[in-house]
Design a protein around this ligand. Structure first.
Ligand SMILES: Cc1ncc(C[n+]2csc(CCOP(=O)(O)OP(=O)(O)O)c2C)c(N)n1
Ligand SMILES: [Mg+2]
Length: 442
């Protein structure tokens, strides 16, 4: 019989993990059984990735932030969402907790008090890396200037979940660069199933994420078999501990099989010749056997499996009956209306000398930074040494300190995209690129 070691999950965690793994499996089974109905809604499942995802989801706390991608339904179950919640989103129902039926399946966004916060996700692969790293930069900034003073061991962590294929996106490199440069409290959670859609590892990359990470000095890496719940749980516990306590970046690279379809629209049997090999690495029978070896009665495990199957079916049929969005809902959750709708005051106050535009901008930034501690300025050459290539940030670093006014690498995508994450952290970033015309994004 296998003995649990010190860091191993306790019995309650194992029971919960088994319940949730059965739930995830029952969901992917049912979606496949009801394919004629579910295929109307493009969806992906975590089939094959369940062990590593549950190991993470079960250890996140409400103060944490999570960027989950479309294959992460087991992480979502792990943080406490119900199959019913996920099915409301699958079927784009009015009460879909992520977007009220606006975005397609597994594009989560969540702002519940008792769960990690999930910023709105993009459909473009890897595009979560920059905003999420910006968010980690925001979390760090808040702690540095004293806006947040987390209790030791309870500081928030930021998780950026990525598929192996998405790691080759250029934006991911910019994010890694900043995470190591600034030593941000972020976990890059890479699920490596060796598939893009129909392109396999050999065609799309010269190295895996673990090897790639070696070029980013200061990025701690763990590379594990993501099909073993025990290894996964212990490693996630270790890396979360590092980030929560030492406030530095870690990558967790987990090797997993892809057992389901890439998404519902792209059937595995059309192009996969490795289904048998991947099937042998299924985390589900492996976990069951490990629990049996620990002394969990087989009948008890199987009862849980049937109970979860029934629960998933009930939730599915309930979700089918749920209300669809109403036409008028389209106008809800719009941008907050701006209080400023017309220009007031005088552009050229009497008796004053004209001020050139660049100075006006400088004074405006200065005014904002004086009033708002959550306002900061970063970008190309804005730091104290020069103060902007047009001197538009002159004196600001001296006045507000290098922590609030600082240079960044020549990474326009990061500079601009990180403001999204910074804003999620409740900050008001002002950023600068040397010239819009050289940013390649005009
Ligand atoms: C920028 C961008 N390019 C292409 C796509 C189409 N696309 C969707 S998923 C995917 C494969 C991603 O593979 P990976 O990151 O390994 O995740 P997996 O599906 O294997 O979990 C691609 C190419 C996209 N969504 N966004
Ligand atoms: Mg992949």
């Amino acid at each position: 019989m296998r003995k649990l070691d010190k860091k191993a999950p306790d019995t309650a965690v194992l029971q919960e993990a088994w319940e949730l793994m059965c739930t995830a499996r029952a969901m992917s089974d049912l979606y496949e059984e009801r394919a004629q109905f579910t295929q109307k809604y493009v969806h992906a499942t975590s089939r094959g990735h369940e062990a590593i995802q549950l190991a993470l989801g079960l250890q996140l706390k409400p103060q944490d932030f999570l960027s989950a991608y479309y294959r992460d339904d087991s992480i979502l179950l792990g943080i406490g969402l119900q199959p019913y919640d996920l099915m409301l989103q699958l079927m784009a129902k009015r009460d879909d907790p992520f977007s009220g039926g606006r975005t397609y399946y597994c594009h989560p966004s969540l702002n519940r008090d008792d769960m990690p916060k999930i910023p709105h996700q993009s459909s473009a692969t890897g595009m979560q890396a920059i905003p999420t790293t910006g968010l980690a930069m925001g979390v760090q900034y808040r702690e540095k200037i004293g806006l947040d003073q987390p209790i030791a061991g309870e500081a928030p962590i930021v998780v950026c979940s990525l598929g192996d294929g998405s790691v080759t996106e250029g934006e991911v490199a910019e994010a890694f660069q900043m995470a190591v440069l600034k030593q941000l409290p972020i976990l890059y959670f890479i699920q490596d199933n060796e598939w893009d859609i129909s392109a396999s590892a050999k065609e799309i990359r010269a190295m895996d994420a673990n090897e790639y990470a070696k070029g980013f000095k200061g990025l701690e890496v763990r590379s594990i078999d993501g099909t073993d719940f025990f290894t996964a749980y212990e490693t996630v516990q270790e890396v979360i501990g590092i980030i929560r306590n030492e406030r530095r970046p870690v990558m967790l690279h987990a090797k997993v099989p892809l057992l389901g379809h890439h998404t519902s629209g792209v059937r595995r049997e059309w192009y996969r010749d490795d289904l048998e090999a991947h099937g042998k690495r299924d985390p589900f029978p492996k976990f069951r056997q490990q629990l049996v070896d620990l002394g969990f009665p087989e009948s008890g495990l199987d009862n849980v499996r049937s109970a979860m199957k029934s629960k998933v079916l009930i939730d599915f049929e309930r979700a089918q009956q749920a209300e669809d969005p109403r036409p008028e809902d389209l106008f809800l959750h719009d941008y907050a209306p701006t209080p400023i709708t017309e220009e007031k005051g005088e552009r050229e106050p009497k008796g004053k000398e004209k001020t050139v535009m660049v100075d006006c901008a400088l004074f405006a930034v200065q005014e904002l930074m004086t009033t708002h501690k959550e306002c900061l300025l970063y970008g190309q050459d804005v730091g104290g040494r020069l103060g902007g290539v047009f001197r538009e940030a002159a004196t600001l670093a001296e006045k507000f300190g290098d922590g609030r006014v600082f240079n960044t690498p020549i990474q326009e995508a990061f500079i601009i995209g990180s403001t999204v994450g910074m804003s999620v952290a409740g900050l008001r970033p002002i950023v600068e690129v040397n010239l819009l015309t050289i940013s390649g994004r005009d």
